[in-house]
Design a protein around this ligand. Structure first.
Ligand SMILES: Nc1ncnc2c1ncn2[C@@H]1O[C@H](COP(=O)(O)OP(=O)(O)O)[C@@H](O)[C@H]1O
Ligand SMILES: N[C@@H](CCC(=O)OP(=O)(O)O)C(=O)O
Length: 280
């Protein structure tokens, strides 16, 4: 069985979707057609008996569009206010859509402190396990309303990899606004080559990921996705970066077909999640 075929056997899947995939670039408002397809795909993975976790960005972007602010506010208090409005709106729509497919979903909001504190980390892991055992789809985001620089992950690529490590997921899929990893940012370097498979995520590949973003709403660019790949693969999960423009890509990836960039799991005995977070 090759690396792609092995994806058919994955049982516990974390899917992360970025703001750029959830919203219309022109208005910043939710792309409902795309959300519907995403929810249907996730519901079908659940129907296949897989454990499914969704890490969804979008709270700040959706909140700022709802409040008519025309883009992410620079001021901390305002961006936290946007997150409060946007997170509630996102959850309302997710719950409505998941209900249409007879799926239960629940919300988990995290900060770095959730994982640094032993009791909080233990509780978070327990809650995930209990939800998954009951067939619920947890929907995760950073708790942006209370997170400030010192206690935040800052980007959901990293957060999704940490969640994957915390719950022992065997696959993490990052849906972005680009087909996967290229040798350089193809938006600024037109000749950049697409990378289909990364078996060993060494410095050579890490240097390819630039922090440039493809949209006004993205955070971290490819740099944070490669840090996520380092965490996920070290913790024993495969990771795929794929284009979220058409969320049908999810079942195609899980059928072992050639979509996105696949980073093969490379478990290292010495990978300790807590130490990693402490050093972030
Ligand atoms: N080596 C690279 N390969 C592919 N994309 C890259 C690379 N380096 C930087 N990027 C940029 O990363 C962007 C995706 O990250 P980001 O804008 O944060 O999206 P998201 O909202 O999905 O997290 C791409 O649109 C691209 O412009
Ligand atoms: N937690 C933030 C998103 C942070 C983030 O990583 O955004 P993105 O690059 O769009 O995945 C929010 O919900 O607005």
């Amino acid at each position: 069985m090759n690396f792609r075929e092995a994806l058919r056997e994955k049982q516990r899947v974390v899917v992360k979707v970025g703001t750029s995939s959830l919203t219309h670039a022109e208005t910043g408002k939710l792309n409902l057609t795309r959300l519907e397809i995403l929810v249907r795909e996730l519901s079908d993975l659940r129907n296949q008996g897989k454990d499914v976790v969704l890490v969804s960005s979008g709270a700040i972007g959706v909140g700022s569009a709802a409040l008519g602010l025309g883009g992410k506010p620079a001021e901390l208090g305002k961006s936290q206010a946007c997150a409060a409005v946007g997170q509630a709106r996102l959850m309302m729509i997710y719950q409505k859509l998941f209900m249409e497919y007879n799926q239960m979903s629940g919300q988990i909001l995290m900060t770095k402190n959730t994982l640094l504190n032993d009791l909080n980390r233990y509780n978070a892991r327990n809650t995930f396990q209990a939800l998954l055992q009951m067939g619920v789809i947890p929907i995760v985001n950073e708790n942006d309303t209370v997170s400030t620089y010192e206690i935040q992950f800052g980007d959901n690529d990293t957060l999704s990899a940490i969640v994957a490590a915390l719950i022992g997921a065997d696959l993490l899929i990052l849906l972005s606004d680009i087909d996967g990893l290229f040798s350089d940012d193809p938006r600024t370097t037109p000749g950049a080559k697409f990378i289909d498979l990364v078996e060993n995520l060494d410095e050579h590949f890490l240097r390819m990921g630039k922090a440039t973003t493809g949209s006004k709403v993205g955070t971290g660019g490819m740099a944070t996705k490669l840090s996520a790949a380092k965490i996920a693969t070290s913790a024993g999960a495969d990771m795929v970066i794929a284009n979220g423009e058409d969320p049908h890509v999810l079942h195609k990836i899980l059928e072992g077909r050639d979509y996105g960039t696949l980073f093969a799991a490379n478990p290292r005995e010495e990978f300790y999640l807590l130490d990693y977070i402490k050093n972030m």
